[in-house]
Design a protein around this ligand. Sequence first.
Ligand SMILES: NC(=O)c1ccc[n+]([C@@H]2O[C@H](COP(=O)([O-])OP(=O)(O)OC[C@H]3O[C@@H](n4cnc5c(N)ncnc54)[C@H](O)[C@@H]3O)[C@@H](O)[C@H]2O)c1
Length: 387
Amino acid sequence: MDDRAAKRLGMGIVGAGFVGPHHVDAVRRLGFVDIVAVAGSTEESGRRKAEQLGARRGYGDYEALINDPDVQVVHVATPNHLHYAVISAALAKGKHVVSDKPLAATAAESRKLVQQAKRANVVAAVTFNYRGNPLVQQARHAIAKGQIGTPTFLHGYYLQDWLLNDTDYSWRLDPEKGGASSALGDIGSHWCDLAQHITGLRITHVLGDIATVIPRRKKPRVVRDAFQTAAGVGDLETVDIRVDDLASVLVRFDNGAKGTFSAGQVCAGHKNDLVLEVCGSKASVCWRQEQQNELWIGRREKANEILQKDPSLMDAEVRSYAHLPAGHQEAWADAFCNVMRDIYGCIASGQRPEIFATFEDGYRANCIIEAILESAGQGGIWTKVEY
Ligand SMILES: NC(=O)c1ccc[n+]([C@@H]2O[C@H](COP(=O)([O-])OP(=O)(O)OC[C@H]3O[C@@H](n4cnc5c(N)ncnc54)[C@H](O)[C@@H]3O)[C@@H](O)[C@H]2O)c1
């Protein structure tokens, strides 16, 4: 075996609906990772998805994939309720794990996974993927260098409209599969992670106001992947919805900064609209996922600026997150690949994580969401996040 072959890594993925194939695409672009196996919910779907994604083998259960000696890294992209069992089994076999968010359905489960991963001494990552955007890293670097001064106020939202109609349904709305929250857990968690990553601050207290805008929905009797409408699907049953599809949250950070954000899946016209603005004592920065190749910089003493994603204008330390020259748009999948590059760089070389979210970050995300739900459940009172 030559040096290059010796450094090759094999990955397998459990769950290949919406986001799973993006894990595979991102990893394939790294050039030194073999797509070994896909596990689906049945033998048939495992085989079919392996063929579609160009993986060598398809399995009908995750244990078989984890036991495959050619799989060194297990990716988890199943519905949330399965994360704990799959990750725990993978760690027990000493495999590296790349879990999509949330790390697990509850903070208690996530805490156990943090401890298990430490004992296993493997790389344990969670794909809070917006960290991988070049201009997110530019903003983070600028904040770290003190260019906006002390952060005093963080605000924004993460809004989508794919659950606007009562004919829209997803496993995310079933607490048995998605966990205790839909909008907050699914996308509000991204906002919280990004706010903390970009500033280096920690969320300490929250005050939540949550709502279920659509309390009854028409659920298809057949299982479907995410982000499909039930309209036109024949066999439907009406179900009560017990999780939030809209939430507004006040936040306090550990440096005394204040914050506010909303998360909603019922907001017409907003597709994947994540906005984060950080106001500091000298300047502000704002990044919007739907216009991710621009970073707004707000100033008082001179004109505001829009920094286009341009490697030659980015700080040298973060330039490697941009791969194309100015005017060539980079997007969601490229940022996802940046996160994978960082994770696999860590696996291959043992270097410390640069930007990716670890299991500790995944655990903290669970703690924040649970504190918001607790706050809202008590009528909206300030609640300390217990980590
Ligand atoms: N990072 C992101 O931006 C992002 C985006 C979307 C989803 N996610 C996360 O990824 C996960 C998957 O979400 P999705 O939107 O891809 O959902 P999805 O419903 O489209 O896909 C889930 C897949 O898992 C399969 N599955 C179900 N049970 C299984 C089992 N026992 N073994 C193997 N496969 C099984 C389903 O058949 C389906 O193909 C969720 O945890 C979600 O929160 C993250």
